[in-house]
Design a protein around this ligand. Structure first.
Ligand SMILES: [Zn+2]
Length: 83
């Protein structure tokens, strides 16, 4: 391929931002291509993605608790309104 590849260092520096999806489309594409071609960076990206998933998973129970409380609250209000 004649297209210029990003270096591993370039990818490492931008990996966090890449996983957050906050790069412009061209850079996202360049990093995606590098991660596909480079096993080392691909593995590193997987580890980072797992960490982010874990963090997100920890945030979800708190959110659904809040949502459940909100639903209970709305249900109670609706019940009171019907009686
Ligand atoms: Zn690499």
């Amino acid at each position: 391929m004649a297209q210029k590849m990003m270096s591993c260092r370039d990818v490492a520096l931008r990996l966090q931002t890449y996983l957050d999806g906050e790069l412009d489309e061209k850079r996202m594409e360049q990093i995606r291509a590098h991660l596909d071609a480079c096993v080392d960076c691909g593995l590193e990206a997987d580890v980072f993605a797992d960490i982010k998933k874990d963090l997100a998973a920890q945030a979800i129970p708190a959110d659904s608790d809040a949502l459940a409380r909100l639903r209970d609250f709305s249900a109670r209000i609706a019940e009171e309104a019907n009686s």
